[in-house]
Design a protein around this ligand. Structure first.
Ligand code: NAI
Length: 255
């Protein structure tokens, strides 16, 4: 049985990484998916890939730091598929490892605008659509960086901590209106973001070894493992869960 049959989902940052894997999983499980991203070539290719196997996925350009783009994504879900059941606010960028006193205002603004303000816009514009739908779910992509860090990622950690606080506020405000809002806190996941992080290091192999050593399971997670957790929080399987951060980190923050 398809686990998301008939559901309508919006996924930001869905052209690559865990957003892409989640979009593919959602489409396989019967959802109609609207993906927004700034990487139009990869987004268009994803839409073609899903169409080729009979799935429903629309790609639309969306810079999550631009409010009208995010509003447009939600509007497309309603105009093309009749409603919105769930949004995965996933789009995010890394902060290259930088001593905290060397973080420029421009770098801080770029990370906060994409990760935190982008998630705010996603929640702000999804909520009225979810109310029109009689309820639904929001899943925000935070990180273990909201709790555990190795240093040098000040703006990223601040953005991810902010997402946790925002998630709890929305969960409380909408708990009696059939809208649940949760976050996920991935550990080290094998995506382009971490490939970029590794490539910037003087010794990329040592970086990967470090990631494995801080993860009791000794490996990086996969995008599909994240997708399965997002599916759980997005669907009725998690019907009494709201306001949490679901840690998916191979045991990292248990240490
Ligand atoms: P990724 O780089 O593969 O995917 C991120 C996607 O977001 C890309 O398709 C990119 O084009 C898109 N994007 C970037 N800026 C955007 C903007 N302004 N508007 C719309 N789309 C934009 O990276 P990954 O790892 O899949 O990241 C997804 C989310 O997971 C991010 O929020 C990241 O912070 C979070 N995360 C990643 C972890 C990891 O280990 N890779 C760990 C914890 C959280």
């Amino acid at each position: 049985m398809l686990r998301l049959k008939g559901m309508v989902a919006v996924i930001t940052g869905g052209a690559s990484g865990m957003g892409r894997d989640t979009a593919l999983l959602f489409a396989r499980e019967g959802a109609a998916v609207v993906v927004g991203d700034v990487n139009d070539a990869a987004g268009g290719a994803l839409a073609g890939e899903v169409a080729a196997v009979g799935g429903q996925l629309v790609y639309q350009h969306c810079d999550v730091a631009v409010e009208r783009d995010v509003a447009g994504l939600v509007a497309t879900a309603e105009s093309r598929f009749g409603r919105l059941d769930t949004i995965f606010n996933n789009a995010g960028i890394e902060q290259p490892v930088t001593p905290s006193t060397d973080v420029s205002e421009a770098l801080f603004d770029r990370v906060i605008d994409t990760n935190l303000k982008g998630t705010f816009f996603g929640c702000k514009h999804a909520l009225p659509a979810l109310l029109r739908n009689g309820g639904g779910t929001i899943v925000n992509n935070s990180s273990v960086s909201a709790f555990a860090n190795v240093g040098g990622n000040l703006s990223y950690a601040a953005s991810k901590g902010g997402i946790m606080s925002m998630t709890r506020v929305i969960a409380i405000e909408y708990a009696d209106r059939n809208i649940r809002c949760n976050a996920i806190n991935p550990g080290v996941i094998d995506t382009d973001m971490n490939r970029r992080n590794k490539a910037l290091a003087a010794d990329p192999d040592a970086v990967e070894q470090k990631w494995r050593s801080i993860t009791p399971m000794g490996r990086m997670g996969t995008g599909n493992e994240i997708g399965e957790a997002v599916l759980f929080l997005a669907s009725a399987q998690s019907s009494f869960i709201t306001g949490i951060g679901l840690v998916i980190d191979g045991g990292r923050i248990a240490t």
